[in-house]
Every structure is written in C-alpha cells, then in structure tokens.
Design a protein around this ligand. Structure first.
Ligand code: UD1
Ligand code: MG
Length: 449
C-alpha cells in the first residue's frame, strides 16, 4: 500500500525576465508546459494529490490547469512574500493532506521521478524533513546546506551567508519534503527577518532541528535542478531534455544516425528498430511502430506510423495522420487527418487531408484532396488497391471504390465506382503543322512585318 503524498508545486513566479505574455511555468520544454513536467514527475513518484500555487491574476495558468491537471487544487498567493508564504497559500491542501508533503518549483522541470522517490524513501525511513541537494559547480545564488554529521542543521541563503558558508558547495535544489502533519506547524514559526525580508521555506530546517526533529539531505545530479528564469535558461533546459530523449530512444532500440539533430516531444514513442535519419522533428503526439524509418527532414505531429513504414525525406505528418504498416510517404507529401492503409504509397508532392486511403493503393505524384470549401471540411474516401493517376485533384466529398483508377491530370468531382476508370480531363487534340505555323507567325511579328 503506497503512502499518500501531497505535492505542492510553486508556480507563482513572476517570470519578468522571460519578457513574455505567457506565464513562465507555461513555457514548453519538449512540447509540454514546465508545470506539467513537474506535476508528472511528482505523480510518477507516487504523489496522489497535487496543489499548485499560482500568482494573482494567473488566469492562463488556471485555465491550463483546469484542462491539463483537473485533479489539482489551485491556490493563489496574492503577494510574493517568499517561498514559505507561497506554500502557506496552499494551507487547505496542507491541512487536508493524509501523508507526506513535498514542495517543488514549477520552473524546474527536469527533476526525475526516481530522485523524488529517493526523497520519499528517506521520509519513509524515519526522517522528518528531507532536502534535495546537489554539489553545485558554482553555488552562487543558491541556499547552502549546512550539515552536522549525518544531519542537516540549517539552510543559509546566499544573501544571508558569511564567507565560510558561501564556500559550501552543497546547495539547495529547492525541493523539500516533510513528514505527514509537520508542515503547518513549521510554517507558522517562520519569520521574515533576513536580508530579503521574505518568508523562507528553507528556515523550516533550522526550526525542525531546534524542535528535535531530524532533517537530512538527499543528493542528486545538478542538471536535474536547472531552473528557468529567462529564454537562454529555457533553451539550456530544453537541450538537457532533448539529450535525455535521444538517449532513451537509442536505449529503447532505435537507430539515430545524427541524434543531436533529432528533436523529440515529451510523449514521442519509438518502437524497436526504428530508424530516424538526421533533422527530424517529433512534435507532440507521435508514435512510430517497430521497424519504421523516418527519413531526413521530416516533421511529424499527432501521427501514428505503422510497422515497417517509410516516411520522408521531407514529409509532413499533421495531426490525425494514421500511416499503415509498410506504407510509404515520400518527399513533399503532407498528410492530415487521414488513414493511409497498409502498403499504400503516396510518394511524391501530394496533399492528402480529411481522407482515407485503402491498403495497397498507389497515389500518384501531385495528387491533391480539395478538402476545404472555405467554410467546411469534406472527406475523400479512396478504397483498396486503387490507382490514383498523377496530378489528380479530388474535390471532396468524393470517393473512389476498390480497384478504381483515375486518369492522370483528372479533376474528380463525382464518385468513382470500384474497378472503374475515371477521366476527368479534356480530351487531347493534335493539329498537324500548327506548331510550325505559330512559330513563323510570331517571328514575322517580332521583325515588325
Ligand atoms: C530558492 C531557495 C534556495 C534554493 C533555490 C534553488 C528559498 C528561501 N530559497 O531560492 O535555497 O537554493 O531556490 O533554485 O526557498 N516563489 C513563489 N512565491 C514567492 C517566492 C517564490 O511562488 O513568494 C516560487 C518562485 O516562483 C520559484 C520558487 O518559488 O519557482 C523559488 O523562488 P525564488 O525566488 O527563485 O528563490 P531563490 O532565491 O532562487
Ligand atoms: Mg530561483
């Protein structure tokens, strides 16, 4: 029976250095809001309740939470008076909590569930307060962890630290966890007589020690605790995230010939023996089944690629693209909201949207589904074993039955029955000698005759 745990995520950051209309914690890493990364990590580590502290007027964060994390309780910190004050904003959730409480920052999205799990284990092992720390390459700006033997005695913020304390490299990640029921009593004792005049959550450690409680440090790798205050830090965090995703894809059995040029989203799923060529972008919502190949310079979003399929080079799969097993999607082909059957081929310069294409059908170069009339979207239904001639224009709603053909260059405005051939083009007329006559007429004109 897992122990209950409340995660409190502080998301009231002003984010002024982002210079953005978007609240800081809503900025995306790997195609997902930073806040959602933190919430997902806490949940994966077993937190069964979530409280998010937002700033005043954070309507966009609230609206996002209502959709993305409807189970989270939302609390407003009206004034920004420090991290302890922020946690206190979630008082109803703290008081209702049945188990441990862990505090995380919404702008620190790289923390792993395993690391949070180690913090929870120390609580389960009897510690009262656990602080997640790290050996900082450069500790400037971080709270320093002052230990006495096995115990953490206190945390001293940079601005309040003397030279000896500043020399300590063991730093506070900001993630702190508290044994069930302790936090409200500790928060009440925290004052604001420090260099910043803020209510520091970090003071909870010294107060706990003075009360005979046990505070300890669990350490993790610095890269997990990178925070985001500006766009450069956002890019640095994105880079770490992408490196993780590339490593995970390869560990899972995918071949990435130039991994540093492939970009993933948080939810990209690659099967075994998938090959991804250079310069491929996976936007959110993509899965690629075993043995498929995504060739260079392709962009995929909201799409599923079947086993053994080949996509690209230079292909674009948009949301709702369902590519069957062994299908081929070639260069400069855009697929949107369309099922492409097993073994079908759409190899060159085509747009297929709001459509279904049956198995083993061949769609010729330059085929366009005209799915939109300026007001409504219409469907094109193409059966199995169909041959769509090059440069066919399919004016939806329209269908081509199994085994049907369309002649090259056709504009198809009416349904084509199975096994029929549709000619939707003017019949060719050949006039002997007309080319020569035209040439001579134009030459005379140019000479001014
Ligand atoms: C904090 C820690 C410090 C730690 C560092 C790690 C305290 C007092 N200090 O310092 O020990 O090394 O993080 O990055 O906790 N927040 C609110 N409301 C507030 C104040 C802060 O929601 O009133 C949120 C911020 O949005 C941010 C987080 O809490 O996500 C930390 O606040 P910040 O002001 O960045 O604290 P630091 O000075 O960096
Ligand atoms: Mg900070």
């Amino acid at each position: 029976m897992p122990l209950p745990c409340l995660a409190v995520v502080l998301a009231a950051g002003e984010g002024t250095r982002m210079r953005s209309a978007l609240p800081k914690v809503m900025h995306a890493v790997g195609g997902r809001a930073m806040l959602d990364h933190v919430a997902a990590a806490a949940t994966a580590a077993g937190a069964d309740e979530l409280a998010v502290v937002v700033g005043a007027g954070a309507e966009r964060v609230r609206a996002h939470l209502a959709k993305a994390l409807p189970e989270a309780s939302v609390h407003v910190q009206a004034e920004r008076l420090g991290t302890a004050h922020a946690v206190l904003a979630a008082r109803p959730a703290l008081e209702a909590a049945r188990g441990d409480v862990i505090v995380l920052y919404g702008d620190t999205p790289l923390v792993r569930p395993e690391t949070i799990g180690r913090v929870r284990e120390r609580l389960a092992g009897g510690a009262d307060v656990v602080v997640l720390g790290f050996e900082a390459a450069d500790p400037t700006g971080y709270g320093r962890l002052v230990t006495e033997g096995e115990r953490l005695a206190r945390i001293v913020e940079e601005k309040d630290a003397d030279a000896a304390t500043k020399a300590i490299r063991l730093s506070n990640s900001g993630i702190m966890a508290f044994r069930a029921g302790l936090l409200p009593g500790l928060l009440e004792a925290i004052g604001n007589s420090n260099a910043k005049g803020e209510y520091y959550l970090t003071d909870a450690v010294e107060i706990a020690s003075a009360r005979g409680l046990t505070a300890v440090v669990v350490t993790g790798p610095e890269a997990e605790f990178m925070g985001v205050n500006d766009r450069a830090q956002l890019a640095a965090v994105e880079a770490v995230f992408q490196a993780r995703m590339r490593a995970a894809a390869m560990a899972g059995g995918a071949t990435l010939s130039a991994p540093e040029t492939v970009f993933f989203s948080h939810d990209t799923v690659l099967g075994r023996d998938v090959t991804v060529e250079p310069n491929v972008v996976f936007a959110p919502g993509v899965s690629v089944a075993d043995g498929a190949t995504i060739r260079a310079f392709s962009h995929l979003e909201g799409a599923n690629v079947g086993a053994g399929a080949i996509v690209g080079p230079y292909a674009r799969l948009r949301p709702g693209a369902e590519i069957g097993a062994e299908a081929h999607i070639g260069n400069f082909v855009e697929i949107k909201a369309a099922d492409v059957g097993d073994g079908a081929k759409i190899n060159h310069l085509s747009y297929v949207g709001d459509a279904s294409v049956g198995p083993k059908t061949n769609v010729g170069a330059g085929t366009i589904t005209c799915n939109y009339d300026g007001y409504f979207k219409h469907k094109t239904t193409i059966g199995a074993g169909v041959f769509i001639g090059s440069h066919t224009t399919l004016v939806a709603p329209v269908s081509v039955g199994d085994g049907g053909y369309t002649a090259a260059g056709s504009v198809i405005t009416e349904d084509v029955p199975g096994d029929a051939m549709a000619f939707g083009r003017a019949r060719q007329v050949v006039v002997d000698g007309r080319g020569k006559a035209t040439r001579e007429r134009l030459e005379r004109k140019k000479r001014g005759e």
